[in-house]
Design a protein around this ligand. Structure first.
Ligand code: SPV
Ligand code: MG
Length: 432
């Protein structure tokens, strides 16, 4: 019996997929190479269903003989490994991102003594078109919550951007840039205490309560599908933290980051210019432990944030605390610094990684912003957060528009600073 290889994501089984699998079965046994999350995220968004769920669905199709993981975006490694007699593909790969891959597949199949079968692509039905409509359908709290852990597993570095409104969330949801190594996009959103407070005209001192912050967060959740990491400040007193955590979890937030400070919290970027106090280690460990006990799902993450370097302490100090927090049950560690060089961060990451190879490590490179994501990933970072850039970029634009109108006593001159009326009317689907 001949074997026919079909590479698919299998997130949605639509007539196009059924057709290609059926066509494949006419030539031999169907071997499905099911793309893993890691393979998919190079070019596309994370599938809604995880690998196991997709495998179950695809394996149950009558024409499928066997399902194997395709760990890379490229078909080549699996073709060399399984040496099928045929590979079948829709003819839509003649153009676009798969065109180069098509050439390679032809070359390798010839080398292996097999051949390529191309079938007409089923117009109007494809997974990418479905993914677009899924965004408009939305997500569920359960799916959204689980997505962060899947992204950490699937990507060398998870890229998170600050959102403080539905509109900023929408930019993060849709922004995509094609690059040589795939399509780059933001993986999720950071709900920042600094920008949540500043956008309400309040200081970043835990003065904006969870109920108020959740109202804005709800707007973001209503128009996006990507995961959210919530800046939980100090978490407040432990008895209150438990309620906050449950509220976040119930709403499909993936993780809360709490910082090891106590008393009146000030923004970390102020460093030692203001009086700030580190929490006693035992007290903070207890907060983590009680939080872990209180969460309902196994997926929600409590990430412990170290303020040692912010408080002018040493890397040793931070490391000692990091180990205590992990032992207390923290699902991840964030190390912060307000130095331009990121002094101590690299050393911390490397030493932490020697102790714990797998615990997710979060960095917020606001001041050491000359370092790229891949450099930070090399140190051992799993998540990079751009913590305030949506608000910091929009505020100067608003100031300039307001000043221009005031100066000219009309809005003509300010128009060139603004998006057109046509554009704003078309920005949100359904406005017309
Ligand atoms: C925030 O965004 O509120 C943060 C990060 O906590 S920082 O402002 O750098 O402290
Ligand atoms: Mg904060």
């Amino acid at each position: 019996m001949k074997t026919v290889y079909v590479g698919i994501t299998g997130d949605l089984v639509h007539p196009g997929i059924v057709n290609i699998i059926h066509q494949a079965s006419l030539h031999g046994e169907v071997l499905v190479g099911l793309l893993t999350d890691t393979a998919v995220v190079r070019y596309k968004r994370l599938p809604y269903l995880n690998y196991e769920q997709r495998r179950q669905v695809i394996e149950s199709l009558r024409d499928v003989s066997r399902v194997v993981p395709q760990e890379e975006w490229s078909y080549i490694p699996n073709l060399r490994r399984y040496r099928p007699d045929f590979i079948i593909h829709g003819d839509d790969w003649k153009t676009g991102i798969l065109a180069k891959e098509r050439e390679n597949v032809y070359r390798v199949m010839e080398e292996l003594g097999g051949s390529v079968i191309e079938i007409p692509y089923t117009p109007g039905i494809n997974a990418t078109a479905f993914a677009g409509s899924l965004t408009s359908i939305g997500t569920t709290p359960d799916i959204r919550l689980k997505t962060l852990r899947r992204l950490i597993d699937a990507k060398p570095v998870v890229r998170i951007m600050e959102a403080h409104s539905g509109l900023s969330g929408l930019i993060i949801e849709h922004m995509e840039i094609p690059k040589e190594d795939g399509i780059h996009r933001f993986d999720g959103m950071w709900s920042s205490s600094l920008t949540d407070s500043a956008s309400k005209g309040k200081p970043d001192i835990e003065a904006v309560d969870i109920t108020t912050r959740l109202q804005d967060l709800t707007q973001i959740l209503e128009c996006t599908t990507k995961p959210v990491i919530y800046d939980g400040d100090t978490g407040g007193i432990t008895e209150h933290f438990i309620f906050t955590l449950r509220t976040l979890e119930r709403n499909g937030i993936s993780a809360v980051i709490i910082e090891d400070k106590t008393g009146l919290k000030k923004n970390s970027l102020l460093g030692t210019d203001v009086e700030q106090h580190l929490a006693p280690v035992e007290e903070f460990c207890e907060k983590i432990q009680r939080g872990k006990k209180a969460q309902v799902t196994g997926d929600f993450m409590i990430i412990a944030r170290l303020e040692s370097l912010i408080a002018g302490k040493t890397v040793d100090h931070a490391l000692e605390r990091a180990l205590a927090y992990v032992e207390a049950g923290a699902d991840g560690i964030m190390i912060h610094s307000n130095e331009k060089t990121g002094g101590g961060i690299e050393e911390f990451c490397r030493r932490f990684r020697r102790q714990y190879a797998k615990i997710p490590l979060v960095l917020v490179p606001t001041t050491y912003n000359h370092l790229t994501e891949s450099e930070l990933a090399r140190w051992g970072a799993n998540i990079v957060i751009y913590a305030n850039h949506m608000l910091r970029s929009s505020y100067p634009a608003m100031v300039q528009a307001a000043r221009t109108i005031l100066e000219h006593e009309r809005s003509l001159e300010a128009d060139k600073l603004c998006m057109s009326i046509k554009d704003i009317l078309e920005l949100i689907p359904g406005t017309r």
